[in-house]
Design a protein around this ligand. Structure first.
Ligand code: ZN
Length: 180
């Protein structure tokens, strides 16, 4: 066999064994592509928020490959300063699971979370946080109070910043540029 044709699965056990290392690398890449898609959904939520006149931030909560919740900012619409995308997604996921603990859940958000949302993620026992653009002014994960590193934080998710960073950041820049 000369090589794997992209996009075509080879399930025959013998063939799989023969190209094991390459096949594994290919599956890892495929899994990475699947892992990237929740951020694309979060970006869709951020764009929808911009259309509503809200600051374009979107969030998605995933467990075992299933999307449990997706939300965009609704602080203006709900007249609620706590209606950040992450908090709305956490509330929806908790309702969906019937539990205040989101064990095994991963949260994707287009912007580095603020202190309020970081604390909520800690209380919710979020497993992993993936965020897009860093927020030097309002972020509280790798900027500001660095909540997850503080002594008053008792559950720290694994944090992966900079995912689809340029796309997430451009959305915010365009939004604020258009309002000037
Ligand atoms: Zn927030």
């Amino acid at each position: 066999m000369a090589g794997l044709v992209p996009g075509i699965h080879v399930f025959a056990a013998g063939v799989y064994k023969g190209v094991d290392a390459r096949h594994k690398a290919w599956h890892d890449a495929e899994r990475a592509a699947v892992a990237a898609s929740p951020m694309q959904i979060a970006l869709d939520e951020a764009r929808a928020a911009a259309v509503r006149g809200e600051v374009p931030v979107g969030a998605v909560i995933v467990r075992a490959g299933d999307i449990l919740a997706r939300a965009g900012n609704r602080t203006l619409e709900l007249r609620d300063p706590t209606a950040h995308a992450e908090l709305l997604a956490i509330r929806a996921a908790a309702a969906a699971l019937g539990s205040e603990r989101l064990t095994g859940c991963d949260l994707y958000v287009t912007l580095e979370p603020c202190a309020m949302c970081a604390a909520a993620m800690s209380f919710a026992r979020i497993r992993r946080l993936y965020y897009g653009a860093a927020d030097p002014k309002g972020g509280a994960v790798d900027n500001g109070v660095r909540f997850f590193s503080s002594a008053s934080c008792h559950h720290r998710p694994e944090v992966y910043g900079g995912m689809s960073e340029s796309e997430c950041g451009a959305l915010l820049k365009d939004f604020f540029a258009a309002r000037r």
